[in-house]
Structure formats: structure tokens, C-alpha cells
Ligand binder design. Structure first.
Ligand code: CIR
Length: 253
């Protein structure tokens, strides 16, 4: 169960965020509104939400998930793989230092975006991507092992981050699209298939038996509801324009 979340208000400079999508520039006013609704959804799931102020220095800073991993045993500050995002971690470090657990860190030459890290109980799957390298994963696994947790790596072929294509919904259910539909490491899970047209919905978020799903993905929503979850649809279209998904917008713990 999660009890808290940390989010960061999008900055105006979000329109200059890193992107591979051909969906146009985000509309800032709409992004702010969508972010408010996202916070409301987190609160509806029972979370206490800490909202950090926007930081214009970092266009992608609203995608706070990539900067840290908060586990029950410790918090880990990442070393984001994109040069323009590295400085985002400094303010997060201040916030994490005020939590009730020790704070660890990923150091260069290791790089790690926590969008590449998927928690399944006390095991953490780590995507090896353009942002997360083998040394970053090695450091994270060493930290996890020191706190009675484990980790393993998954090589990514096509997606930005591991959780772009796969999300764990607890109770052995895993939502998957594309390259993860038949991945040998995920064979033991009950896979909820997301079709190619709705692959953006493979990034969804389990929070205390409710699942946040990006709005406009009716087949994915139905699949997840049929598995027994209450779904909350949240419109994050302005964040999708800069490759962001639902999970990237918060740290949940
Ligand atoms: C980036 O490329 O870093 C941002 N524009 C999007 C980050 C999305 N984060 C995530 O999937 N965890």
C-alpha cells in the first residue's frame, strides 16, 4: 500500500522537453490543468500529496519519477541519463533527506532513470535503456541487496523506459504491450495485453487497488476493469507530447 506521493508542478519550459513524439508542443495552460487533475486522482486513491514548485531550469522536471526511487528500506537518488536532466536530482535530494529512511545515490559512470525501475514486491526489474546503463543497474542492485531487496535487468529494444511498455498491478497481474508481451522474464505473471493502438496505456499506475489509466484508451481500461480493478481515467495528453506517461509524474511510496 502507498500512503504518499511527491509531484512537481510543470514549468513553462515543458514545451521544450525532450521528445520523440510527433504530437506537437504541449499547451502549458492545459498541462497545468491536467496536472491538477492528476493530483486529485492521487488524493482520491488516499495519498497525501507533496507538490514541489515548478523549476524553469529543467524542462522535464515534472517527470519526477525518473529522479528517485523510494523503497521501504531506503531512498535512492538517480543519475538521470539525459544531460539536460542531471541537475533535477539536487532538489529531490533535499526532499528525500527529510523522509524517514536512509538516502543512497547512483554515481557516474552509472546512469539510471527510475522510469526504468518496476517494483514487484521486494524485487525490482531494471530496464537497460538509452538512459539506464549496466553500471547504474549494478549500483542499484547493490543498494537493494544491502536493504534485503533484489533486482534484475531487462534489455529494452524499442521503448524509452521499461515502464513505458509494462506496469505491475499487484496480484500477479502485469499490463504489457509490444516487446514485453512475451518476454521470458515476465512469463510467471498474468499478462493483461494492451494492443498496439493503445500502447501508451501500458504505462498505468496501481495505487491501493485502483489503477490510473490515461484517458482515451477504452480497450485498455476495459481489460484492467475486467481483471477486477477500479480504474480512474486521467487525461495526460499534454505530457504525452513530450514522451511522458502517468507514472513519470509522481513518486509513490
Ligand atoms: C524525457 O525524455 O526524459 C522526458 N521528456 C519524458 C520522461 C518520461 N519519464 C518516464 O517515462 N518515466
Amino acid at each position: 500500500m502507498f500512503s504518499q506521493a511527491i509531484v512537481r508542478t510543470p514549468c513553462k519550459n515543458l514545451i521544450n522537453g525532450i521528445t520523440s513524439a510527433a504530437l506537437g508542443k504541449p499547451d502549458y495552460a492545459r498541462a497545468l490543468l491536467q496536472h491538477r487533475h492528476y493530483i486529485d486522482a492521487l488524493k482520491q486513491c488516499g495519498l497525501k500529496v507533496t507538490v514541489l514548485a515548478a523549476d524553469e531550469t529543467y524542462p522535464d522536471s515534472t517527470f519526477i519519477e525518473d529522479t528517485a526511487l523510494i523503497t521501504p528500506g531506503c531512498s535512492i537518488i538517480t543519475n538521470p541519463g539525459a544531460a539536460s536532466r542531471k541537475g533535477e536530482v539536487e532538489e529531490i535530494a533535499t526532499v528525500l533527506n527529510n523522509l524517514d529512511r536512509p538516502v543512497k545515490r547512483i554515481y557516474a559512470p552509472g546512469t539510471l532513470d527510475a522510469g526504468d525501475v518496476m517494483m514487484v514486491g521486494s524485487h525490482y526489474y531494471i530496464g537497460l535503456s538509452e538512459r539506464t546503463n549496466a553500471e547504474g543497474a549494478r549500483q542499484l542492485i547493490a543498494i537493494l541487496n544491502n536493504h534485503a531487496m533484489t533486482g534484475s535487468t531487462i534489455k529494452l529494444d524499442r521503448v524509452l523506459h521499461l515502464k513505458t511498455g509494462v506496469s505491475y498491478l499487484e496480484n500477479n497481474y502485469m499490463v504489457a504491450a509490444g516487446e514485453f508481451l512475451s518476454h521470458p522474464d515476465f512469463r510467471k505473471f498474468t499478462i493483461l495485453k494492451i494492443n498496439a493502438e493503445e500502447s501508451y496505456a501500458a504505462n498505468c499506475v496501481w495505487i491501493n487497488d485502483q489503477v490510473l489509466v490515461p484517458s482515451g484508451h477504452p480497450a485498455a481500461q476495459k481489460t484492467i476493469e475486467t481483471a477486477g480493478y477500479r480504474v480512474i481515467a486521467v487525461d495526460v495528453s499534454e505530457f504525452q507530447k513530450v514522451d511522458g506517461g502517468l507514472s513519470c509524474l509522481s513518486l509513490r511510496f
